[in-house]
Design a protein around this ligand. Structure first.
Ligand SMILES: [Zn+2]
Length: 213
């Protein structure tokens, strides 16, 4: 089935230019060996926040008793997903009233177009409301994704959406690129690395569409 699927890449390019949350560790590469220096190999290391580009947040990022990313079920990151465009004012949270259609998949990816350039930080991106999280849970949603760096506004200290997501045990995908994706149903693959006890992992997020979807 995968052999005949159309693949849509919904991950930003990860480079030293990619924007990270203000104060967070930006992405840096270190070359231990390189052909240019006369070595027989190129061998690199990276030093970076794990909240990099398209990434999955783990519950221990937003709750003291949450588990790390290695302990999360892979079902959250693999399977039917629905892309939904929402028209929301800059900086505002998405509420159930903003939803233009019914919820038809257990993984919902919100296209807000409010963080247009992954290499250029803007602080008025859209985020999610706790009411929306409760509503999605009532519709059997297990994963929420968004095309912004966070499910809460940049300046939020109370992290209302993160907290509600913890209560409802949903999974979070942030930093997705959805501007080239039409609304509708797809298969999502966005597996996090098995990083022990870490609070997030970068993912290579893709959407698949087959003739039968
Ligand atoms: Zn994050």
């Amino acid at each position: 089935m995968l052999d005949h699927a159309e693949i849509f890449d919904i991950s930003p390019l990860v480079s030293s230019k990619i924007a990270v949350f203000p104060g967070d560790k930006s992405f840096e590469t270190i070359e231990a060996l390189s052909f240019d220096q006369g070595h027989n190999l190129l061998l690199s290391a990276i030093h970076t926040t794990v909240h990099l580009g398209a990434h999955a947040d783990a519950p221990n990022h937003y709750h003291k008793s949450g588990v790390g990313i290695d302990q999360r079920s892979l079902h959250f990151y693999l399977g039917s997903a629905q892309v939904i465009s929402v028209q929301v004012k800059a900086g505002e949270r998405i509420t159930p009233a903003h939803l233009p259609c019914e919820i038809n998949a257990p993984r919902i990816l919100f296209k807000t177009n409010s963080f247009p350039n992954p290499d250029c930080w803007n602080n008025d991106f859209c985020s999610l409301s706790p009411e929306l999280i409760k509503f999605l849970k009532s519709k059997k949603v297990i994963t929420v994704g968004i095309d912004t760096p966070s499910v809460d506004p940049e300046t939020s200290k109370k992290l209302e959406a993160h907290n509600e997501i913890f209560k409802q045990d949903l999974a979070i995908l942030e930093g997705l690129i959805l501007n080239h994706i039409d609304d509708g149903l797809y298969q999502l693959i966005a597996l996090p690395l098995k990083l022990k006890d870490l609070d997030a992992s970068p993912v290579r997020a893709i959407l698949l569409r087959t003739k039968h979807d």
